[in-house]
Ligand binder design. Sequence first.
Ligand code: DP6
Length: 344
Amino acid sequence: MMFKTNKITWRSPSNIAIVKYWGKQGKQIPMNPSLSFTLDHCHTETSVSWELNSGGGIQFLYDGQPHPTFAEKVKKYISGLQLPWMDDLALVIDSKNNFPHSAGIASSASAMSALALCLVSLEEELNGKGLDICQFRTRASELARLGSGSACRSVYPEASLWGQTDEVPYSSDLFGIDWSGDLAPEFKEVSDWIFIVSASEKSVSSTAGHKLMEHHIYREGRIAQARQNLNHLIPALRKGDWVSFIQICEEEALSLHGLMMSSRPSYVLLEPDSLRIIHAVRQFREQSGLPVTFTIDAGPNIHLLFESKYESAVQEFVSRELEDFIWPGKIIKDKMGKGPERIS
Ligand code: DP6
């Protein structure tokens, strides 16, 4: 199957959570609300080519090549969506990441959001009816969530909030919302330098980690902590308060790993180098007085977050203290980005 016409392409970025989504129930409903920054560089580009009245079928290619494991996941995801217009449609989906799959960076957020955006564009075309930008993103976010929770936050520029909270009108467990309008100027130009501590496959997937939260002894405490952190993060982002931001950001990152270490069975994803970088960052902050902080995803890699205007000072620190990371491929220098882009 290869179609020359009827093709939609979206490029969608990854995102990094400040307040973490960890634990879920039912159909991808988060245990607690989360808030993330959208990245600029790390993205997935996905094309969906389609043909009508062709008896159906989905072919999935990763970077132009068949990839049976991903293909199975994508087919299961699309059939689970039960889109009524899908039945008689044949699809060829071609997807690629611009960051190495082995880099240990979560690719599900960019991959599932790129695919969901293509599906919503396709739905619009088949219905012959366009959605306004807000409806479009909400629909894409909802479909993305069903593929991977964190993906629902990738469809927005700069920052997104996912999960119902009384503090934020229109917040929902079903989709992320745009939070870019609430950022103070101090949070508009944020760098995220990702230190690739290990590029190997994670020993425990995020999906398995979420599951371990169902009966976690700290479950209720974690829900309370995440809600409280979100309630403090919101005014900090609105006011440009990096001091509070740093405290919340690091507590969330280390709590996430604390929850993994205290799961039953317990597991550890941090590596010695992860801890080395954390200590170095804290020491640098103390000595320089610069508001530089870190966060961590469900893996060993460390995300260094700071206002982009401090880039040269941070570069100097890295060259001096973390010299073994200056080699190509050891740091991905990303930053807050403008959200997904339709390519065709
Ligand atoms: C630690 O979105 O990858 O990155 O919904 O099972 O696909 P699934 O999980 P996923 O979990 C991401 C967890 C996290 C925190 C976050 O991004 O909020």
